[in-house]
Design a protein around this ligand. Structure first.
Ligand SMILES: Nc1ncnc2c1ncn2[C@@H]1O[C@H](COP(=O)(O)OP(=O)(O)O)[C@@H](O)[C@H]1O
Ligand SMILES: [Mg+2]
Length: 440
C-alpha cells in the first residue's frame, strides 16, 4: 500500500529548489540527496528528482514499486506530478516520511532521456518548476556539460558534495562554481544580452570583453588570472559603471554551499578536501564569493549497507542516543541562531568595502572554514549519521529562512532569457550610455 493518493493539495507554496552536485561520480551525491530529502520531508513536502538519468541510481536505492517515471513523462506525456513515487508501508511503516516523494529515472538507459536535447531539457525544466512540493532536490549527474549546468541556479552552487577520499572530485566541485559563473558572464556579454543593446556601436568593446572572458576561462592562459582580475580590469576601465558593478556583484553575491561526505575528522578533511577546494576556487575562479559549510556525513558501513539493501539509511532505526532527538534539534537550532556558525552575514558593502573585497585574502577563507569545522566538530563529534543528515537539513532550512532565495534554494530553474532579464533589471542600467574613451 503506497502513501500516494493523499498528495497534491491545491495550496501553492513557494517552492525551493536545491541541486546536489559534485562534478565527479562516486562521492555520495545520490546517498546524500536521498537521505537529505528524507530529512527535509519532515519539514515540508519534498520531491527528489533523479537527473542522473543514465544510472537509475535512485530507483536502485529505494525498494518501492515505481508506476511512473521520467520515461512516462517524456514518452507518454504524463504530467511530472503523476510520476512521483512514494515510500511503501514496508519501508516507512509509521508514515513518518509520507511527505517524501521521488521522480525516478527510467528503468533502462534511453538515449533521448539520458542525453536530452534542448527541447526535452526545456520541457523538464518547466516541469520541475511546476512540481507540487515545498522542496525539490535534484540529484545531478557527474560532469559539466550543459545538461548539468543548465539545471543549476545562477547565483549559488546548490549543494556541492566532496570528500577527502577523492581529491580530484574536490577540484571538479570548484569547476562547477566556475562553470556557473562563466555561464552567467557569457550571458551578460552575449550579443543577445540587453546590456549589448545599451552600447550599440561598441562592437569592439564587446569583442574585447569576450576575448578577455575566454582568457580567464582558459586555465592554460595565465594572462588574466581569475574573475577577480577580470572584474578589476573592467572597473579600472569603466569606473563606477553599471556593467562593472554587475560583474562585481555577480562575484560578491555568489554563494557556495558544500557538504563533506565520508568525513574522517577535521584535520584530514580540511587538508585533503576543504583546503584544495578553497585554494582552487580563489586562485582560478574568485576569492570574493561566500563559502558556507552545511555539515558533513560520516563514513558509515551502515549507510553503504543500507544503499545495497535498497533501504535509505535514514529509514533505519536510530542508534541509542545520549540526548533525545527533539532536545538535540532544538539545541542545534538555538546554536545556529545565536552563533550563526559558518553562515557569513549578508554582505552589504559600501564603495570602500567593495574595494577592500577586491583584494580579499584567500587565507581568510581558509582560516574561516577551519574554524567553522573545528567549532562544529567540538559540538558534534559524537553524532551518528542520522544526526549528520538532520543537521545538514537544519542548516539548509535555516539558510533558506535567513538568506535571499538567490543565495540558496532558488524558487525556480531559470531559462537563459529569464536569467538575463533578472540580472538586467537588477543592474538599474540606463538605456543609453556614454562610453567615452575605452581602453581594455
Ligand atoms: N557516508 C558514506 N559512508 C559509507 N559509504 C558511502 C557513504 N556515502 C556514499 N557511500 C557509498 O559510496 C558509493 C557511491 O555513492 P553514491 O551516492 O552512489 O555516489 P554518487 O551519486 O556521487 O555517484 C556507494 O557505494 C555508497 O554506498
Ligand atoms: Mg549518483
Amino acid at each position: 500500500m503506497l502513501h500516494s493518493g493523499t498528495k497534491f493539495p491545491t495550496r501553492v507554496a513557494i517552492k525551493r529548489i536545491i541541486p546536489i552536485s559534485s562534478g565527479k561520480g562516486g562521492v555520495g551525491k545520490t546517498t546524500f540527496a536521498i537521505n537529505f530529502s528524507l530529512a527535509l520531508s519532515r519539514h515540508g513536502r519534498t520531491v527528489l528528482v533523479d537527473l542522473d538519468t543514465g544510472t537509475s541510481a535512485i530507483r536502485n536505492a529505494i525498494d518501492v514499486p515505481i508506476e511512473k517515471d521520467l520515461y512516462h513523462f517524456f514518452r507518454k506525456g504524463e504530467p511530472i506530478n503523476r510520476c512521483v513515487s512514494y515510500l511503501s508501508k514496508k519501508l516507512d511503516p509509521k508514515g513518518a516520511f509520507r511527505d517524501f516523494g521521488f521522480v525516478a529515472g527510467p528503468l533502462h538507459l534511453i538515449d533521448e532521456i539520458t542525453n536530452f536535447g534542448a527541447a526535452n531539457k526545456a520541457k523538464l525544466i518547466e516541469a520541475i518548476n511546476g512540481l507540487d512540493a515545498d522542496y525539490v532536490i535534484l540529484d545531478m549527474r557527474a560532469g559539466l556539460d550543459s545538461n548539468v549546468i543548465d539545471f543549476l541556479p545562477f547565483s549559488n552552487s546548490g549543494i556541492l558534495i566532496f570528500t577527502p577520499h577523492l581529491p580530484s572530485a574536490t577540484l571538479a566541485a570548484s569547476d562547477i562554481v566556475k562553470a556557473i559563473l562563466f555561464r552567467k558572464l557569457r550571458l551578460i556579454f552575449s550579443r543577445e544580452s540587453p546590456f549589448y543593446a545599451t552600447v550599440s556601436g561598441q562592437f569592439d568593446f564587446w569583442r574585447l570583453i569576450n576575448e578577455l572572458i575566454d582568457q580567464v576561462e582558459d586555465v592554460y592562459d595565465s594572462s588574466v588570472a581569475n574573475l577577480d582580475a577580470f572584474a578589476d580590469d573592467l572597473a579600472g576601465n569603466l569606473g563606477d559603471h553599471p556593467i562593472a558593478r554587475t560583474v562585481q556583484q555577480t562575484l560578491e553575491e555568489f554563494r557556495v554551499h558544500y557538504v563533506l561526505n565520508l568525513f574522517n575528522g577535521v584535520d584530514d578533511s580540511f587538508q585533503t578536501a576543504v583546503k584544495p577546494f578553497i585554494e582552487n576556487l580563489t586562485s582560478n575562479v574568485s576569492a570574493r564569493c561566500g563559502v558556507t559549510n552545511l555539515g558533513w556525513i560520516m563514513r558509515s558501513d551502515a549507510i553503504h549497507r543500507a544503499n545495497c539493501n535498497k533501504t535509505p539509511a535514514l529509514l533505519l532505526p536510530p542508534e541509542e542516543k545520549k540526548i533525545s532527538r527533539n532536545d538535540r534539534v532544538a539545541q542545534e537550532l538555538d546554536e545556529l541562531r545565536s552563533m550563526a556558525i559558518g553562515i557569513d552575514q549578508p554582505r552589504r558593502k559600501n564603495a570602500k568595502q567593495t574595494k577592500a573585497a577586491a583584494t580579499a585574502d584567500p587565507a581568510d577563507h581558509l582560516a574561516n572554514q577551519l574554524n567553522v569545522l573545528r567549532t562544529m566538530f567540538e559540538q558534534k563529534k559524537d553524532d551518528d549519521f542520522h544526526a549528520n543528515f538532520e543537521y545538514a537539513s537544519q542548516r539548509a532550512l535555516f539558510t533558506m529562512k535567513t538568506r535571499r532565495t538567490s543565495e540558496f534554494g532558488d524558487v525556480r530553474i531559470y531559462r537563459p532569457d529569464e536569467m538575463l532579464a533578472t540580472i538586467f533589471a537588477k543592474s538599474n542600467i540606463p538605456t543609453t550610455i556614454d562610453w567615452g574613451e575605452l581602453e581594455l
